[in-house]
Design a protein around this ligand. Structure first.
Ligand code: BG6
Length: 486
């Protein structure tokens, strides 16, 4: 492990992500004594303000976004004391020089740069830093998604940043990798003997990955329209989850070994085309309805104009390798779903031969199911067959073997995903960040679906808010004799 960076330069510091997530995460890291000695946070944005004005902003954000019982004025004051503000407009060399002056003498102690700006500013910001002499062997750079809107545009961004930083100094953020629950998938798969021998096409019938959200556009109109659920959620978060579920065991838990295995999975995703998208994908867009008892408007009403952007997508994907041949991976995600619920379901195959007769007695002999709930609560449930008590022959019934990780680790604070990621960035550990070849493999698959939709002229079907997408999403899986786990 390298020495942690003593300076964090945060671009987009006046934005929503910085207020909601990044400053509260830094506050928590400070509270746990995890920030380096002599730590300096250089906040930067287009807003013209000074150190004092911005510190007030940070304090307001901490009060607003930290849970009420976590805010402590003294600790907040300590964090604010580490923050200085330096306004920068991309392309303004004077402002970059002024920023460089404020960190002079600190380059040797390492600088981590965090770009929480619109992606169009990634390259000009990196260039501005380089021109001001701030890019050196101890400078790292982190970028938020989206990296491009397709493979070609992602290469332009990656080339521009790659011209100034070595790949090992580039930290592409996918905040799902910072979630304890997602890291726990690695523990479940590779910390236990139980699952691995069955984790393949011989024993598994299919896999489902659902990420449901109850929110709608949340004022993100300008970003979301034209992007849609496939690019916003599947290209990054869901494919990262899929790659962890499907990867071969890495030789060790390090950034190269883990990411080498993930990228192999991503490259094995079978591309779609104009024909396959019709059978293997569903696009949806929400209309007015009710979510959790609240009446909500439809997407086009929120947007104020007609749109072909999907707010829901369901896919049936295949991973063409030995482990997963013939096993469908059903993915679905959407806004205005009935519940905020993220989970993975592993459906095992039926036993090879039932000694209990065709129906297995009782409610019947069901194949085992493993359900890994990621959000809102973290739990793992294995459905197994058991004998119902009684003298009336052997009657079987499905029962749940439940592990509630929330309960098991109840005494511990649930960390913000960005705490892990900021700490790893400062310490220079890229294991939980996305490597360039992963992003590109993700785009290759996503592009094939988008091209397929264009070729097939597939527009989103409507679904009333508060439903799990259009009815065709149910048909997508039920045609195969399975059903979504809601
Ligand atoms: C973001 C997407 O990356 O992830 C949002 O842009 C989405 O549209 C969010 O709401 C979901 O994150 P989480 O952590 O709330 O599941």
């Amino acid at each position: 492990m390298t020495e942690p960076s003593a300076t964090l330069i945060l671009f987009g510091a006046t934005g929503d992500l910085a207020h909601r997530m990044l400053f509260p995460s830094l506050y928590n890291l400070l509270g746990d004594g995890l920030l380096p000695e002599d730590f300096l946070i250089v906040a930067s944005g287009r807003t013209a303000t000074d150190d004092e004005g911005f510190r007030k902003d940070v304090d307001d954000a901490l009060q607003k976004f930290l849970p009420a019982d976590r805010y402590d004025a003294e600790q907040a004051g300590k964090l604010c004391g580490m923050v200085i503000y330096s306004p920068v407009e991309a392309g303004n060399a004077d402002q970059f020089r002024a920023l460089a002056d404020r960190v002079s003498g600190r380059m040797d102690k390492g600088i981590s740069v965090y770009l929480s700006t619109p992606p169009a500013l990634f390259a000009p910001t990196a260039q501005g830093l380089a021109d001001a002499g701030l890019v050196g062997p101890k400078t790292r750079i982190a970028m938020e998604k989206p990296i491009g809107k397709d493979l070609a545009s992602s290469k332009v961004v990656n080339d521009a940043i790659g011209a100034l930083f070595a790949e090992e100094s580039i930290f592409r953020v996918d905040h799902y990798l910072g979630k304890e629950t997602v890291q726990n998938l690695l523990a479940l798969r590779f910390g236990n003997m139980l699952f691995e021998p069955l984790w393949n096409a011989n024993a598994i019938d299919h896999v489902q990955i659902t990420v449901g959200e109850t929110v709608g556009l949340e004022g993100r109109v300008s970003y979301y329209d034209g992007v849609g659920a496939l690019r916003d959620m599947v290209q990054n978060h869901m494919l990262q989850i899929l790659s962890i579920i499907a990867m071969e065991p890495p030789a060790r838990f390090d950034s190269t070994a883990v990411r080498d295995e993930k990228v192999k999975v991503l490259r094995s995703l079978r591309p779609m085309d104009g024909d396959s998208v019709k059978a293997q994908s569903v696009r949806g867009q929400y209309t007015p309805g009710a979510v959790a008892g609240q009446i909500v408007t439809g997407y086009v009403d929120e947007l104020g104009k007609p749109s072909d952007t999907e707010t829901f997508v369901a896919l049936k994907g295949y991973i063409d390798n030995w482990r997963w041949t013939g096993v469908p991976f059903y993915l679905r995600t959407g806004k205005r779903m009935p519940a905020r619920q993220s989970e993975i379901l592993i459906q095992f195959k039926p036993v090879a031969h039932s000694i209990f007769g065709k129906r297995g007695g009782g409610t019947g002999l069901e194949p085992n199911t493993l359900i890994i709930r990621l959000q809102p609560e973290e739990k793992i449930r294995l459905l197994i067959m058991a004998k119902e008590p009684g003298l009336d022959g052997v009657k079987l019934r499905e029962v749940g073997l439940d592990v509630s990780l929330d309960h098991e680790f109840g005494g511990q604070r649930r960390r913000i995903a960005y705490e892990r990621l900021l700490l790893d960035l400062l310490e220079g550990d890229p294991t939980l960040f996305v490597r360039r070849d992963e992003v590109e493999a993700q785009w290759v698959w996503i592009d094939s679906i988008i091209d397929g939709w264009k070729e097939a002229g597939m527009k989103p079907a409507s679904y009333a808010s508060g439903n799990w997408g259009p009815s065709s999403a149910i048909a997508l899986i039920e045609r195969d004799g399975a059903s979504w786990h809601d």
